[in-house]
Design a protein around this ligand. Structure first.
Ligand SMILES: Nc1ncnc2c1ncn2[C@@H]1O[C@H](COP(=O)(O)OP(=O)(O)OP(=O)(O)O)[C@@H](O)[C@H]1O
Ligand SMILES: [Mg+2]
Length: 319
């Protein structure tokens, strides 16, 4: 399996929070995510934004009421692949004692034609009946991603349904929170970006050096470890995504396990194992930055992506 397939497969495994049964077209919910913000390395700015928008309004509604603000609303997370958008959304669910509805558009779209809108409506209906709740629409880019005529027609209907649902929430949105996630916000139907819908963009950047160290620590915790200098590995993995780092750890674990089988007793993961596996992987975020830069430079009339250009400049991304 290629890295990409592996990641996609892993994602699929992780993300079946809502499961669609093809036979009866019903939606069943599975367990609540157990990740919390403590499991997400770094991303302090993003966590703060999510806290202000989603978590505090639920924990301290009186503060928001005092300022005449209603708890509820939407955010659109965007950024390079593997940097924690989906992970974060799951952590939001773990962080608050709210119902969490995970909508994977890809799986809604792959259902029978004409059923997609129906499914979407059902989820939103159920969500509205289960307040407080977080509705997470992952991989929103699945909409309009196909050039196929038929698909386009269905996508269009699904976009329209999504617009209807989001506007419906505006009327009775108290304690309903919507998080969208995408790699390619510039492809989103502009109607989805209007005020009251996904007009609030939040950039989820690759981890910085200290965050990379935290992620490595998180992924290695509970394993047999030799004496490690993780700050060194973190320094050598510039631009690596969280998912890239996870892969680095997995490779190192594999090496240590092989050694264990050879020697017949548990072998710790060494600095050399990590160093070697880090060298064997590449940062997968750079390609994204190249594309994003293109959009930010040539088609960003609202200057939505200035933050990406600033990031590229500040971090010396060669995109
Ligand atoms: N900040 C982080 N802290 C801890 N783990 C992380 C972090 N970022 C990413 N990861 C790890 O990388 C994996 C992939 O992250 P995730 O699926 O959330 O990325 P994504 O931004 O949703 O990517 P995509 O755009 O491809 O959907 C996660 O399962 C998690 O283990
Ligand atoms: Mg994701």
């Amino acid at each position: 399996m290629s890295d990409h397939d592996e990641l996609a497969e892993q994602r699929r495994k992780n993300l079946k929070l809502i499961h669609f049964s093809k036979e009866d077209q019903t939606i069943t919910e599975s367990e609540k995510p157990k990740e919390t913000f403590a499991d997400v390395g770094g991303l302090e700015e993003v966590k703060k934004k999510i806290s202000m928008n989603f978590i505090l309004p639920l924990k301290q509604p009186e503060v928001f009421a005092a300022y005449g603000k209603q708890a509820g609303g939407s955010l659109l997370l965007f950024g390079p692949p593997g940097c924690g958008k989906t992970f974060l959304a799951r952590a939001v669910a773990g962080e608050i004692d709210a119902n969490f509805f995970h909508i994977e558009l890809q799986s809604i779209l792959s259902m029978y034609a004409g059923q997609s809108e129906h499914n979407l409506h059902d989820i939103f209906k159920k969500a509205r009946e289960s307040k407080p709740c977080v509705i997470f629409i992952d991989e929103i880019d699945a909409l309009g991603g196909s050039r196929h005529q038929m698909r386009q027609h269905h996508d269009r209907m699904l976009v329209n349904q999504l617009l209807l649902e989001l506007d419906g929430l505006q009327a009775e949105n108290e304690n309903v929170f919507v998080i969208g996630a995408t790699n390619t916000p510039w492809y989103l139907d502009s109607a989805l970006r209007r005020p009251g819908r996904f007009n609030h963009l939040v950039f989820v950047p690759p981890p910085e050096v200290a965050e990379r160290q935290t992620i490595l620590e998180l992924k290695l915790s509970g394993m047999p470890l030799g004496s490690l200098n993780l700050s060194k590995i973190a320094a050598e993995t510039k631009h690596y995504s969280g998912a890239d780092l996870e892969q680095v750890v997995k490779d190192a674990v594999e090496t240590a396990m092989e050694r264990t089988f050879e020697k017949g007793e548990i072998q710790p993961i060494t600095q050399e194992d990590l160093k070697k596996s880090a060298k064997g992987r590449k940062a997968t975020t750079l390609e994204w930055f190249a594309t994003a830069k293109n959009y930010a430079t040539f088609s960003d009339v609202n200057r939505d992506y200035q933050i990406v250009l600033d990031y590229i400049k500040k971090h010396g991304v060669r995109a």
